[in-house]
Design a protein around this ligand. Structure first.
Ligand code: AGP
Length: 609
C-alpha cells in the first residue's frame, strides 16, 4: 500500500507535496520521491527511508514550480532503493508516474516493452505503466494513459505528468483508492483524504476504470472508454486527526477493517484458477528442493506463532509433510536436530524480530533452506531468507497485529497449495476447488465485519471481567490463543487460550460465572465435541460466548451470547473466526479507556532478545 499525491495551483508545489506525503506516511514509508516542473525543467528527487530523508535530499536545492506529483512507497515488488522509488520515468526522462497497487501482468508487459527497446531502470511492477504510456504518447497525455491502461491488469491508482503537457496531471484508478480535491483555483489528486484536507474539504471520489485530469482550470472525469462522468462533490466533515485514521478512532480498528483488502491483495497475481496453479514470485532459489523436503519446521513469535500453528494443519493436510512449530525464542536454544532435508519456514510481520532472525541464522547453520512469510519488503528476515512470500497487508501501525495476521494465514494457505502441487499431492482440479474457496474470502471477511455492532454491545456486558478463557479445537485452537493474546495485550485483562479438549484435564476447575468462556465453534469435524465442552461449562455455572457458523441454531441456543460468521471451508475458517475476537478485544479495550494503538510495555517490532 503506497501513497500518491498530485498538485496544480498557485502554491509552491514542493512543500504541498511533502506535507501531503507526510500525511500519507501511514500508507508506506520505505522510500519516497517527488517530481515537479520548474522553469520548464522536470525535476525528480527520490530517497530511501521516510519522508524526512526526502526533505534532507531536497535541502538547499532550488525548488519552485506549481505542478508536481509525489509518492511514499510500501514495497511489494523490488526492494526499497532509490532506483525503485517513485516517481518512475520513461526512456525520455520527460514523463513521470507514481503508482499505488499491484500490476498482475507486469512480467509479460516488461518483456514485450524491453523487446521493443524500452530501457528499464527499476525492479518494480510499476515501471511497465510509464513505458506503456510513453509507447502511446503522441502529444496527448490523457489519451496515452487511456491506451496504456487497457493493457494493464491488477490494482492501480496512478498520477502521470509530462513535460510536454505542463499544465495537466492525469490520474486513474482500478481497485486502489484515488480522490480529487477541489480548492480555490487549485486541484489535487491523492490516495486518501489526509493529503488533501489542509487545502480543501471538497472532494470527488474516483470509481474503478475512471480517469481524472486536473489542471488550473479544474477537473475532468471520464471512463477508461472516454465517456464523461458527472460526480457529486462531497464535503469531508472529519477533523485532521480523524482524517489520518481514515475516519476510524484508532489505527487498529482501521486495520481490522482493511483485512478484506489485505487478503485480496495477498492473493492478487499469485494464481490461475483456470490452470489450477499457484505462482509465487520469490521462490526461485528453493523451488527445486521443495519436492524433496522431508520435514517443515515453522518458527515465529506472538501472533505470527499462532499463524504458524494454523499452517501446521494446512501443510500436513494439503502437502502430507510432517510439520513442527516452535517459538523462535525457544528454537534457538534447543539442541537442534536439523539437516538439509528440513525446510524452515519463518513468519514475521516486521521482518525484524530478533528472536526469529537469530533462529533463522541457526537453522541456516544446520544447512536448512529458509522460506519466510514477511510483510516488510527488504527487511532483515526477508534479506536473509532463501525464499520470501510477502504478505501485501500494507503498513500495520497498531501494535496489536490484525490485518497482517489474516494476510499471513492467506499467504500460508497459498504456500500450502503451492507446496502440495510441487510435491504431487494436489492435482490441478483439487487446487481449483481450494482456490475457489480462497477467492470468496475477501467478501466473506466483509460480511464478518458486519457483526461489529453486535460485538460492541457484547462488550458492555463483559468488559468488567478480570479473567477470560478462550477455547478452540483443531485448527481453531491457535485462534483461541490469538483471541486471548489480542485481549490481554490491549485491554490488560488476563486471558488464556486452551484446547477445548483439555478442559477436563485442569482448566474446568476455574469455571464460574465470573470468568467468561469464549468458544470457537464453527461447523466442522469437531463440532459435536465442542458442543459437549460448552455443556460442561454451562453445567458448572459458566458463561459462554460462542463464535459459530450462521444458521447454527443448535449452538446458539446453548450459549449466553454468540457471534455468527459466514460458512467457509475448515482450512479457511480461522481467517474469518479471528475477526470477531479482534473486534471483541478492541471494543473492551476502548470501553476500558486503554491506549489501543500503543498499549503499555509493548513495541510493534521486538528487535531485542
Ligand atoms: C501481536 O499482536 C504482537 N504485537 C506480537 O505478538 C507480535 O506478533 C510478535 O512480536 C511478532 O512480531 P513479528 O510478526 O513482527 O515478528
Amino acid at each position: 500500500m503506497c501513497g500518491i499525491i498530485g498538485y496544480v495551483g498557485p502554491k509552491n508545489v514542493v512543500p504541498v507535496l511533502l506535507d501531503g506525503l507526510k500525511r500519507l506516511e501511514y500508507r508506506g514509508y520505505d522510500s519516497a520521491g517527488v517530481a515537479f516542473l520548474h522553469q520548464e525543467a522536470l525535476q525528480i528527487y527520490r530517497s530511501v527511508g521516510k519522508i524526512k530523508e526526502l526533505e534532507n535530499t531536497l535541502w538547499g536545492k532550488e525548488l519552485g514550480g506549481d505542478i508536481g506529483v509525489g509518492h511514499t512507497r510500501w514495497a511489494t515488488h523490488g526492494r526499497p532503493s532509490e532506483a525503485n522509488a517513485h516517481p518512475l520515468v520513461d526512456c525520455t526522462g520527460e514523463l513521470v508516474l507514481v503508482h499505488n497497487g499491484i500490476i498482475e501482468n507486469y512480467v509479460p508487459l516488461k518483456e514485450k516493452l524491453a523487446a521493443e527497446g524500452h530501457r528499464f531502470t527499476s525492479d518494480t511492477d510499476t515501471e511497465v505503466i510509464v513505458h506503456l504510456i510513453e509507447k502511446y504518447l503522441e502529444g496527448d497525455l490523457e489519451e496515452a494513459v487511456r491506451h496504456a491502461l487497457k493493457e494493464v491488469s491488477g490494482a492501480y491508482a496512478i498520477a502521470a505528468m509530462w513535460k510536454g503537457d505542463p499544465d495537466r496531471i492525469v490520474g486513474a484508478r482500478s481497485s486502489s483508492p484515488l480522490v480529487v480535491g477541489l480548492g480555490e483555483g487549485e486541484f489535487l489528486i491523492a490516495s486518501d483524504i489526509p493529503a488533501l484536507i489542509a487545502h480543501t474539504r471538497n472532494v470527488l471520489f474516483l470509481e474503478d476504470q475512471e480517469i481524472a485530469v486536473i489542471s488550473r482550470e479544474g477537473v475532468m472525469i471520464t471512463t477508461l472508454e472516454g465517456d464523461p462522468v458527472q460526480r457529486t462533490v462531497e464535503r469531508i466533515p472529519w477533523s485532521p486527526i480523524l482524517v489520518e485514521k481514515g475516519g476510524y478512532k484508532h489505527f487498529m480498528l482501521k486495520e481490522i477493517y482493511e483485512q478484506p483488502r489485505a487478503i485480496r491483495d495477498t492473493i492478487l497475481g499469485r494464481y490461475s484458477l483456470e490452470a489450477g496453479e499457484i505462482y509465487l514470485d520469490g521462490m526461485e532459489e528453493v523451488e527445486e528442493i521443495l519436492p524433496l523436503v522431508q520435514r517443515v519446521v515453522l518458527v515465529a513469535c506472538g501472533t505470527s506463532w499462532h499463524a504458524a500453528l494454523v499452517a501446521k494443519f494446512l501443510l500436513e493436510e494439503l502437502c502430507r509433510v510432517p510439520v513442527e512449530v516452535d517459538y523462535s525464542s525457544e528454537f534457538r536454544y534447543r539442541d537442534l536436530i536439523l539437516d538439509p532435508s528440513t525446510l524452515v519456514l519463518t513468519i514475521s510481520q516486521s521482518g525484524e524480530t530478533l528472536d526469529t532472525l537469530v533462529a533463522l541464522r541457526e537453522a541456516k547453520r544446520h544447512g536448512c533452506r529458509i522460506v519466510s512469510v514477511v510483510n516488510v519488503v527488504g527487511s532483515s528476515i526477508a534479506r536473509e531468507s532463501d525464499g520470501v512470500l510477502y504478505t501485501h497487508a500494507g503498513p500495520e501501525i497498531g501494535v496489536a497485529s490484525t490485518k497482517a495476521f489474516t494476510a499471513q494465514l492467506t499467504a500460508l494457505y497459498l504456500f500450502a497449495l503451492y507446496l502440495g502441487r510441487r510435491r504431487g499431492v494436489l492435482d490441478a482440479a483439487r487446487v481449483q476447488e481450494l482456490l475457489a474457496g480462497l477467492l470468496r474470502l475477501p467478501q466473506l471477511a466483509e460480511e464478518t465485519l458486519q457483526s461489529d455492532g453486535v460485538i460492541e454491545r457484547l462488550c458492555h456486558r463483559y468488559a468488567q471481567h478480570t479473567d477470560f478463557l478462550f477455547l478452540g479445537r483443531g485448527i481453531h485452537y491457535p485462534i483461541a490463543l490469538e483471541g486471548a493474546l489480542k485481549l490481554k495485550e490491549i485491554s490488560y485483562i488476563h486471558a488464556e487460550g486452551y484446547p477445548a479438549g483439555e478442559m477436563k484435564h485442569g482448566p474446568i476447575a476455574l469455571i464460574d460465572s465470573r470468568m467468561p468462556v469464549l468458544v470457537l465453534a464453527p461447523q466442522g469435524r469437531t463440532h459435536a465435541k465442542i458442543l459437549a465442552n460448552i455443556q460442561e461449562v454451562k453445567a458448572r455455572g459458566g458463561v459462554v460466548i460462542a463464535v459459530g457458523t450462521q444458521g447454527d441454531t443448535d449452538l446458539f441456543s446453548r450459549v449466553d451470547d454468540y457471534v455468527a460468521m459466514p460458512a467457509t471451508s475448515p482450512h479457511l475458517s480461522p481467517i474469518l473466526s479471528v475477526i470477531p475476537l479482534q473486534l471483541l478485544a478492541y471494543h473492551i479495550a476502548v470501553h476500558k479507556g486503554c491506549d489501543v494503538d500503543q498499549p503499555r510495555n509493548l513495541a510493534k517490532s521486538v528487535t531485542v532478545e
